[in-house]
Design a protein around this ligand. Structure first.
Ligand code: NDP
Length: 328
């Protein structure tokens, strides 16, 4: 079977040379172990941070070892009767075609109503991120006007729709292409959306603000623009800052920080893994929204482990609409 290893730590934008496709042998599962044939693996922006050798909320990837990350697959051999052959499971051993894992580290998922890949997107970590960012971090209230950046991505597209389902009065998104902008307004029910590549984001937000909540996936000029267009007592959920993940120099901060004082603003960062206790409530509510068609999602699927690195690089460049996945 094959896996992708980190061959070198990228400086700035990663290149294909920073990765290596390796052939490995796997043993049969022993007692308490399962062998999983992965069907989909996730590529996520946070993986870029893990390629750097810096201390963060998750340890860095090791050099010359397989990368990891969310994946779903089918159990093809089992040494544990609680996870039988044929079960579809979610686990963290992505970036490889097969994984030999302790049965305790995989979670069987129900694929009778939704495809397995949904557990990597709208019903998985990105969906939970959107949900806790709105409900627990931004403290979304009925009637709030909400701005979401990175709105055509996995987290952003869920956040915009959920904001509406949770009572927002108005939802505005920003994304990087005309096609993405039409998806947001025509299919996902955003009230308005802007293409940040058309003109400076601060200028484009003028006609859509003020906002009570900003769900920030981008950082940089988007954050500065949002601060300018927040209402008094506005709240920012700082989810990510993808505009700067490949920067080699520290990004300058927003120039309008004094507005935190004059408008009494709040900014709160969060990491989804701190909110595992919200997962049950999230699955219940989001599962129902998906089932009745009120929460929709899209996937951009790249085929084959040989193209997983391309998929990851393409994600950082905005090649995806909705969740970026690799089908194995
Ligand atoms: P996405 O599906 O949103 O993919 C990344 C998107 O970022 C691209 O599609 C691209 O879309 C956009 N992008 C890339 N460069 C820029 C740029 N310079 N300016 C503006 N947009 C850019 O990924 P996810 O939904 O998985 O993640 C979204 C954000 O959420 C990321 O910042 C990620 O780190 C964060 N996150 C945080 C978590 C947490 O626990 N705090 C958990 C999960 C994700 P476009 O074409 O619009 O530019």
């Amino acid at each position: 079977t094959r896996e992708i290893q980190l061959a070198a730590r990228p400086s700035g934008w990663p290149t294909p040379d920073d990765f290596r496709l390796v052939e490995v042998e796997l043993a049969d599962p022993g007692p308490g172990e399962v062998l999983v044939r992965n069907t989909f693996m996730s590529v996520d922006p946070y993986m870029r941070g893990r390629m750097n050798d810096v201390k963060s909320y998750v340890p860095p990837f090791r050099l010359d070892a397989p990368l990891d990350g969310g994946a779903v697959g089918e159990v093809v051999a089992s040494g544990d009767e609680s996870v039988p052959v044929g079960a579809t499971v979610l686990h963290q051993a992505g970036w490889r075609e097969h994984a030999l894992l302790p049965a305790s580290s995989v979670r069987p998922v129900d694929v009778s109503q939704v495809p397995a890949s949904a557990y990597l997107g709208v019903l998985g970590m990105p969906g939970l991120t959107a949900y806790v960012g709105l409900t627990r971090v931004a403290g979304l209230r009925e009637g709030d006007a909400v701005l979401v950046s990175g709105a055509a991505g996995a987290v952003g597209s869920a956040a915009g729709q959920m904001a509406r389902l949770l009572g927002a009065s108005r939802v505005v998104g920003s994304a990087g292409s005309a096609e993405k902008v039409s998806w947001l307004t025509d299919d996902l029910g955003f009230d308005a959306a802007v293409n940040y590549k058309d003109a400076p984001i601060a200028r484009q937000l003028k006609e859509h603000g003020p906002f009570d909540v900003y769900f920030d996936n981008v950082g940089g000029d988007h954050l500065e623009a949002a601060i300018s267009h927040l209402a008094d007592f506005g709240r920012i959920a700082a989810c990510g800052a993808i505009a700067q993940y490949n920067d080699t120099e520290p990004t300058p901060g927003p120039r309008n920080m004094m507005m935190f004082v004059s408008k009494r603003l709040t900014l709160r960062g969060f990491i989804v893994s701190d909110h595992a206790d919200a997962a049950a409530e999230f699955y219940q509510r989001a599962g129902a929204w998906v089932a009745d068609g009120r929460l929709t999602s899209r996937e951009t699927v790249v085929d084959g482990l040989d193209h997983a690195v391309d998929a990851f690089l393409d994600l950082l460049r905005g090649g995806n609409t909705g969740k970026m996945l690799v089908r194995l």
